[in-house]
Design a binder for this molecule. Structure first.
Ligand code: ZN
Length: 67
């Protein structure tokens, strides 16, 4: 069943691949709750800037979730 990827905190729709990949990578591969980058930052108690750096790192590692 296809579910819309919606931020489970603020309800933002059309999350980017990066936001979805980051949720899977940092929370759980099987998570059915997704977070937009600002809610994820708050949830993890980091800054959005740090998350964007993480995304770049994962991309450089060639992580499949970010392709
Ligand atoms: Zn959100």
């Amino acid at each position: 069943m296809m579910k819309n990827k919606v931020c489970c905190v603020c309800g933002k729709v059309e999350l980017s691949k990066d936001e979805i990949g980051l949720t899977k990578k940092l929370i759980s591969k099987n998570s059915c709750n997704f977070y937009c980058i600002s809610c994820l930052a708050e949830y993890l108690d980091v800054t959005e800037e740090e998350l964007r750096d993480k995304i770049e790192e994962f991309k450089e590692e060639g992580c499949a979730l970010f392709k």
